[in-house]
Design a protein around this ligand. Structure first.
Ligand SMILES: [Zn+2]
Length: 432
């Protein structure tokens, strides 16, 4: 007797028609025609069942603040940072908690059940950290929320940057952040990387830095981050977020840099929606994409996962908590449109992101946590193409969100009465 069985599901690896049995919060069976009963059964009707989406890079203290106190007119990263600086003194714990919880509601409905959020520690009041620690506890039954102490205005550059970041870690924030390219000089940036890696080593914490989020090919803090990772023995615990300057770097230099990053086991977190929106702003034409070298980094064996970064905040007025929207942009910006490419892109918002976050028991295998999402699409390629509805979101073996399938009703003579976007347009030959 199982708690829940999902019948006739397709799996992310392409296998079709499997029944998945859940019991006691775990996946306990994955087989065809599972001969068992359950308290509840869901007929997947040949649709894709996947482990939940994971977002390894987000800003939950800023999300849903769009328009407060005004809009970002130029749409640039630097006006976004300035605008956030105007809003920050007005933030209250209660408003932060409410906005974050509303975002988590949206995330759950989108099958997004693990989020790593940066928390700005620049304001010494640390109301951001207080609020998000409260949210982390509140959402723990349904979202794995990790928090990064993030010195938005610079670790050395902000008046109380050093003390505030350390206090946030004392309060229980999980991960050491940084922003070396925003310090006053390249030297200060490199010093901040060294100081922050030392803190991580001393406290036994992971590192996740905003690193080289610029079009400047001479912004090479990722080299320092890789070297300090090795020096402090932090291999496998360090993530470099954005790394957009790698787009503009000299190829010869990159041929030395990528093996160094691989040696340090750096997790790479590009943010396709934000990078394509904010980079290349000083270019006329040709205009750079400002996306790091995803294909080459993956080929070198680095763990690459994509972040959403922003939803309706001072930097980005769009976004919907949908990691498939992030992946959809990634396919276009990286020009990774082949079948194998798409599998890798899907991995980047599921298994790779879970690895970046160090999630235990994540996956679709017997013994893994009973956390699953049923999509209105037949397979991974179709999910990426359609960004379909999340029919069921399951956490610890229980359905925690449902969305009805998107069915279009037609009123046309001689044509079908309705179409199911998820099942009626599956390609006859595998999509490429
Ligand atoms: Zn960010």
């Amino acid at each position: 007797m199982f708690d829940l069985i999902i019948r006739n599901a397709n799996l992310p690896d392409g296998q079709q028609g499997f029944d998945v049995g859940l019991k006691g919060g775990k996946i306990v069976a994955i087989e065809k025609a599972l001969a068992a009963t359950a308290g509840e059964e869901i007929d997947a009707t040949g649709r894709l069942l996947t482990p939940p989406f994971c977002d390894p890079h987000f800003h939950m203290d800023a999300t849903l603040s769009l328009g407060l106190p005004r809009m970002n007119v130029s749409g640039t990263l630097l006006e976004g940072i300035a605008l956030w600086g105007e809003l920050r003194p007005m933030l209250t714990r209660q408003a932060l908690v409410e906005r974050a919880l509303r975002y988590c509601d949206l995330a759950v409905s989108q099958g997004l059940l693990a989020i790593r959020s940066h928390v700005d520690t620049s304001d010494p009041r640390l109301v951001t950290a207080e609020a998000l620690l409260e949210v982390k506890e509140k959402v723990a039954p349904y979202i794995d929320l990790q928090l990064v102490a993030f010195p938005q205005d610079g670790y050395f550059r902000a008046p109380e940057g050093v003390a505030s970041l350390n206090r946030a870690l004392d309060m229980g924030v999980d991960i050491v952040g940084g922003i070396p390219h925003f310090e006053r000089t390249m030297e200060d940036g490199a010093r901040s990387v060294e100081a922050l890696c030392r803190i991580a080593a001393d406290r036994g914490l992971p590192v996740d830095m905003h690193c080289d989020e610029t079009d400047d090919p001479m912004s090479r803090h990722i080299e320092t981050l890789a070297a300090e990772t090795i020096r402090f023995g932090l291999q496998g615990r360090v993530a470099g977020s954005h790394l957009t300057s790698m787009h503009s770097m000299d190829n010869y230099y990159v041929s030395k840099l990528i093996p160094l990053m691989a040696e340090a086991k750096i997790s790479v977190i590009p943010n396709p929606l934000i990078n394509i929106m904010l980079q290349g702003r000083h270019d006329t034409y040709p205009k750079r994409r400002g996306m790091t070298r995803v294909r080459e980094l993956m080929a070198a064996g680095l763990n690459v996962s994509f972040g959403h970064d922003c939803v309706m905040d001072p930097w980005y007025s769009m976004g919907s908590g949908d990691m498939l929207e992030v992946a959809h942009m990634a396919i276009h910006v990286t020009q990774m449109g082949g079948i194998e490419d798409k599998r890798k892109i899907f991995d980047a918002i599921t298994v790779n992101a879970a690895k970046t976050m160090g999630l235990e028991g994540y996956g679709l295998a017997v013994g893994c946590r009973a956390d699953l999402v049923l999509l209105q699409a037949a397979d991974v390629s179709e999910a990426l193409r359609l960004k379909p509805n999340r029919l069921c979101v399951i956490k610890a073996g229980k359905v925690i969100a449902r969305t009805a399938p998107r069915i279009g009703e037609l009123f046309l003579d001689g044509r079908p009465a309705s179409i199911d976007i998820g099942l009626d347009y599956i390609p006859q030959t595998p999509a490429s």
